[in-house]
Design a protein around this ligand. Sequence first.
Ligand code: SF4
Length: 156
Amino acid sequence: MPRSDQSVRSAPWYAQGLRFRCTQCGNCCTGPTGFVWFDMDELTAMAEHVGLPATTFLRRHARKIDGRWSLNERQVNGQYDCVFLQRDDEGKALCTIYPVRPAQCRTWPFWPENLETADDWFDAAKTCPGIRTGLEGGGDFIPLKHIRIQRDRTPS
Ligand code: SF4
């Protein structure tokens, strides 16, 4: 849905910035089944990163839904992990394509639906300890400009 002029002009509730720091829990890379959308530039980068031709990458690691490509999932302990999620010995999440991860992953948690209202941000904190850390005054200060950049890069 296109944003209205009003929503662009008026100061958002997070105008003073937000605090956040990822704890590498991996919650945003697992959970109920879902989609990690990517475009063809992102495909090229991911395929190069894992040393595969793009067609092979798509066949092995992706699926097409309604004309769009999403990364595959792997069922682990009743949850659906991103196919590129691994965990170290301490249970920390490791993204094996981190430098070339799609915009959908880069922009979390500054997605429009998490930022619409402060309540939406609090809701997102229920599954993202990085947001919770910020709400408790820890983590890194993220200024409005940076939040807006992430928000507006989120694929719809
Ligand atoms: S859910 Fe939040 S804290 Fe956990 S890995 Fe994702 S961004 Fe980091």
